[in-house]
Write a protein that binds this ligand. Structure first.
Ligand code: NAP
Length: 563
């Protein structure tokens, strides 16, 4: 789409009379975009492309979001890089050369930095700046944000691209502040290299992050103590260099392929048998699982079409993984502790690893099952459970995130009539399509609660969200309206639908960050839309083409005067 300049969309430089240090001589932007990860960068690019003036704010010193903060050893994406990447520029996807099938953090960060430079986005972003509050001024009909530097800025539109997994969660274990060793969190890893050689290291948490860092630390630490509360299902990644044949396969049909994945439930393309477990003999079922295990990756769960839907199929897939764990891990007690037994495969996020189960055969690695012997406190030198003290030099928290709502609610957001978002969401988030919250006009979320984002390929979701938002802003311009809000009843209906779909899913069968149950006091509510990305995408498109059913538009005399 050609960039355009016009009075309504571009250069909405209202000379507003709000308080504070508006020392900045730049005019007020049309849109403020919070976050410079995959979502924020694409929002900056896309909105700039439709002729809006945009300004980004990012707490980090550089772009990358998740891939900026999660620099821990072993961090990599478990969706193939040929898929976990932007599709909006064919030139970009043809020219960028991924090195590995599953790119490590550093490679993904290089890619994001390349995108920011290539599309000239860096100059639009104020780094090292956290947005601490955002209020919709009903008189000015603009969002006014304040930063942790004490600055203010206003814009007609506020886009929250704050990341669904960006607020690191460190459990409040008694005595943590007295620990005299080093403390790390996988989600906020230091930028400089950290040396663990010859040290006693404890890792708390065995989700995707723990499962990635544990094999790395085991190679260098003197002792590695893994504190596991709930075991996860993990599939070997079988990562390696991206083969020229696989790269060619994607690049030759990238356009078609990217179109195809728009219809898929997770926005990820998997090679599957296309058959259900009921259509094959027990021998074929077993060989199907063996083949998928040998191939590696999260696609294991798609080996047969009914693994997620049919409890019997799910049990056979779960049994297969449990048997693999028993085969790999030499100590039967440790193997048993590592086998998930209390929930079905897929109820918690499936992990992908490089040598995770094998790590427990190393003589310097111990597994402490804290579901049986809970951590009670931390002393200056040790993590203590009900029955022992584990002296440590370093503690690594791989304890996850305050998912989806954490980063949004870390900003003191006040909508129309001063209504606080925290208050609105005190029983859990409710949104319309995961894109807007009623009462918060002209505020959009990218990969927000109530959208499918975190249940699949989040880059695919991000592109769809940002494209939808930019098309909506163009629609507003073409229809000469200034303000959009979600209708409360449309939001309530979407919320009910999100809950209904979640109730019938596997996700209810295990405690996880999907339900907010990892954060003490967080309302237990399924945070994403589990109806599938393809279905969701169609729904969003249908709503847009019906004239944005469920949204309310109005013309603003104040904004109109400033056009
Ligand atoms: P997570 O899945 O929430 O795992 C946190 C771990 O910490 C769990 O094992 C949890 O145990 C444990 N834990 C939390 N509080 C604890 C406490 N007080 N005592 C003992 N154990 C405690 O977090 P994550 O591993 O950082 O992963 C979060 C999400 O980020 C993933 O699900 C994935 O979506 C994304 N991610 C993706 C990749 C990738 O692409 N490969 C890598 C990393 C992260 P319980 O299960 O018992 O609560």
């Amino acid at each position: 789409m050609a960039a355009r300049s016009n009075k309504h969309l571009a250069g909405d430089a209202t000379n507003v009379n709000y308080t504070d240090s508006l020392k900045d001589i730049r005019p007020e932007p049309d849109a403020i975009i919070v976050g410079a990860g995959f979502g924020g960068l694409y929002a900056l690019h896309r909105l700039k492309q439709i002729g809006l003036s945009v300004e980004g704010f990012e707490a980090g010193a550089g772009v990358g979001g998740t891939w900026y903060w999660n620099r821990y050893p072993g961090a990599r994406c478990d969706i193939e890089s040929m898929q976990y990447s932007y599709s909006f520029s064919d030139k970009l996807q043809q020219e960028w050369k991924w090195q590995e099938k599953y790119a490590p953090q550093a490679e993904i960060l290089r890619y994001i930095e390349h995108v920011a430079e290539r599309f000239d986005l860096l100059k639009l972003i104020q780094f090292n700046t956290r947005i601490v509050s955002a209020s919709f001024d009903d008189n000015l009909e603009r969002w006014i944000v304040t930063t942790d530097r004490g600055e203010s800025k206003s814009a007609r539109y506020l886009i929250l691209a704050t990341g669904p997994l960006s607020t690191a969660n460190t459990p409040a274990i008694r005595g943590l502040d007295r620990f005299s060793g080093r403390i790390f969190h996988t989600g906020a890893w230091p930028h400089e290299p950290v040396d663990f050689i010859g040290r006693s290291v404890g890792v708390i948490g065995t989700g995707s992050s723990g499962i990635q860092i544990i094999p790395e630390l085991a190679q260098v630490a003197k002792d590695l103590i893994v504190f596991q509360r709930t075991p996860n299902f993990s599939i070997p990644s079988r990562n390696g260099p991206l083969t020229p044949a696989r790269e060619r396969m994607f690049k030759e049909r990238y356009k078609v392929f990217r179109e195809e994945i728009k219809r898929l439930p997770s926005g990820i393309f998997f090679e599957t048998t296309g058959k259900s477990t009921e259509e094959v003999s027990p021998e074929e079922r077993q060989s199907g699982f063996e083949e998928a295990w040998a191939k590696g990756g999260v696609g294991f769960v798609r080996t047969f079409t009914d693994i997620i839907l049919n409890p019997e199929a799910n049990t056979s897939a779960s049994d297969f993984i449990r048997a693999k764990i028993a085969e790999i891990v030499e100590n039967p007690t440790v193997a048993s502790a590592l086998q998930p037994k209390t929930y079905p495969l897929g109820a918690k996020r499936i992990c992908v690893d490089t040598g995770y189960y094998e790590t427990f055969n190393k003589s310097n690695v111990s597994l402490i099952d804290v579901s049986k012997t809970p951590i009670t406190h931390i002393t200056s030198k040790a993590v203590s459970t009900v029955d022992a003290d584990y002296p440590l030099d370093d503690i690594v928290f791989a304890t996850g995130f305050d998912a989806l709502t954490g980063a949004i609610l870390a900003i003191d957001i006040k909508g129309s009539a001063g209504r606080s978002l925290k208050d609105k969401w005190k029983e859990g988030p409710s949104t319309y399509l995961g894109l807007m919250a009623a009462g918060f006009p002209n505020m959009f979320m990218v990969a927000g609660p109530g959208s499918p984002s975190i249940l699949g390929n989040v880059v695919v979701s991000i592109e769809q969200h940002v494209d939808w938002i930019s098309a909506c802003l163009e629609y507003m311009h073409n229809h000469d309206v200034d303000v959009i809000d979600a209708k409360p009843d449309a939001e309530a209906q979407w919320d009910a639908h999100v809950n209904e779909v979640a109730q019938s899913s596997l996700f209810q069968q295990a405690d996880s960050w999907y339900l907010g149950s990892n954060i003490p006091g967080k309302p237990r509510k399924f945070l994403a839309y589990a109806g599938g990305y393809g279905v969701y995408r169609d729904k969003c498109a249908e709503i847009a083409s019906s004239g944005y059913e469920g949204f309310i538009f109005r013309k603003s005399p104040v904004l109109a005067a400033s056009n």
